[in-house]
Design a protein around this ligand. Structure first.
Ligand code: GDP
Ligand code: MG
Length: 166
């Protein structure tokens, strides 16, 4: 149950908060040293029978320059090399152009993708299901997991489901 996991999502959806929550709970190794020019290992989560390396995947968004275009392409190629990807969304913001662009990038790879619906503490529970339907219409996610990275809700479920894929 070990592997590399990329975390993708628009700015401010809670990627850093999630990594801090996961690594903060059961810290093994933390490194901010760049592993390549484009990837950073943000944390290694270790239990008795698993080791999950979380990678920060730099901005996948509509490029506005040639350099931006190269960076997006390299981020997409990273997505193709990992064992699983966590696509984080902010449930209080809904589905916008930023998320749609990332979903198009996810379609270019075969890596299993989890839809991680973050910030559930900010919405009414009834609002979740329509949002799940909307996202599922666009992409066949391997799993859908609602969490609150800030409050620490459902993080254990995320980790156990994730390690079952690795
Ligand atoms: P990143 O840009 O994706 O790395 O997002 P950050 O982790 O920096 O989070 C952006 C903001 O969202 C911060 O103010 C966080 O405290 C807040 N945030 C992250 N997760 C949650 C959550 O589950 N609930 C709420 N209410 N706020 C959150
Ligand atoms: Mg961040």
């Amino acid at each position: 149950h070990s592997g590399f996991v990329a975390i993708v999502g628009r700015p401010n959806v809670g990627k850093s908060t999630l990594i801090n929550e996961v690594i903060g709970q059961k810290i093994a190794i933390m490194s901010d040293k760049p592993q390549t020019t484009r990837n950073k290992i943000h944390g290694v989560y270790t239990t008795d029978n698993s080791q999950i390396v979380f990678l920060d995947t730099p901005g996948i968004h509509k490029p506005t320059s040639k350099l931006g275009d190269i960076m997006v392409k390299s981020a997409v190629s990273t997505l193709g090399e990992v064992d699983a990807a966590l696509f984080l969304i902010d449930v209080s913001e809904g589905l916008g152009g930023g998320d749609r662009f990332i979903i198009e990038a996810l379609k270019k790879v075969k890596t299993p993708v989890f839809l991680i619906m973050n910030k559930i503490d900010k919405i009414e529970p009834e609002a979740l299901l329509p949002l799940i339907v909307q996202y599922k219409n666009l992409y066949d996610f391997a799993e859908v997991i609602p969490i609150s990275a800030l409050k620490g809700n459902n993080i254990n479920t995320l980790l156990s489901v994730l390690s079952s894929y690795l």
